[in-house]
Write a protein that binds this ligand. Structure first.
Ligand code: SF4
Length: 203
């Protein structure tokens, strides 16, 4: 991807490039690449982990039950999916929905970073451990970071639980609703991050 990076000026270009990607073995098992969806000028981006069964079939992120929960949570704070941009750390489904491997994340990371660069969101909500750890470059679980916001290069990272985790563990749903309330508070307050860490300067 890096060789072609200079030719990529829009999300459409980048999406086209990703469609033919064979940089990691997930290209052999996917039905299709799930690049991302939503508003190309969104102030808020959500970044999950990887496509699941339904996403792989439909080619869109967060279209299964976790996606419905995400839509509900957005509506609860007065937003629609078309207001935001939604993507994942890796763009192809891992077989059996296993966790992404470090080498798969490494191969796919440039797509996400370029998406962020092109969209220029003010806030990136990281859903779950994988996106949180990638964008904060910190090996800390999301449970210790949620409820806070972190300034990185040009945007604020707001770690949250992943909606799929909240579906499987009822207790987390309450926490995830709190995460969205926190996001609403941040938006109302003009997006001032609560923490700035010198370890979180990116790339
Ligand atoms: S997961 Fe990412 S790096 Fe791997 S084949 Fe798909 S688009 Fe390419």
């Amino acid at each position: 991807m890096r060789e072609e990076e200079e030719r990529v000026n829009t999300l459409e270009d980048l999406g086209e490039q990703a469609k033919g990607c064979t940089l990691c073995p997930l290209s052999q098992s996917r039905t299709q690449v799930v690049f991302g969806a939503g508003n190309h000028r969104a102030r808020i981006m959500f970044v999950g982990e990887a496509p699941g069964y339904h996403e792989d079939l439909k080619g869109e992120p967060f279209v299964g039950s976790a996606g419905r929960l995400l839509s509900e949570l957005l509506e609860n704070i007065g937003m629609k999916r078309t207001d935001v941009y939604i993507a994942n750390v890796i763009k192809c489904r891992p077989p059996g929905n296993r966790n992404p491997l470090p080498e798969e994340i490494e191969s796919c990371k440039p797509y996400l970073l370029k998406q962020i660069e092109l969209i220029k969101p003010k806030i990136v909500c990281t859903l779950g451990n994988f996106s949180t750890q990638l964008l904060l470059k910190k090996k800390v679980g999301v449970s210790k970071l949620r409820g806070q916001s972190f300034q990185v290069d040009g945007y604020v990272v707001v770690p949250m639980y992943h909606p799929a985790a909240a579906l499987h563990q009822g207790g987390l749903l309450v926490s995830l609703k709190e995460d969205f309330s926190y996001l609403k508070t941040l938006l109302e307050a003009g997006i001032e991050p609560t923490r700035v860490s010198e370890q979180m300067t990116l790339f």
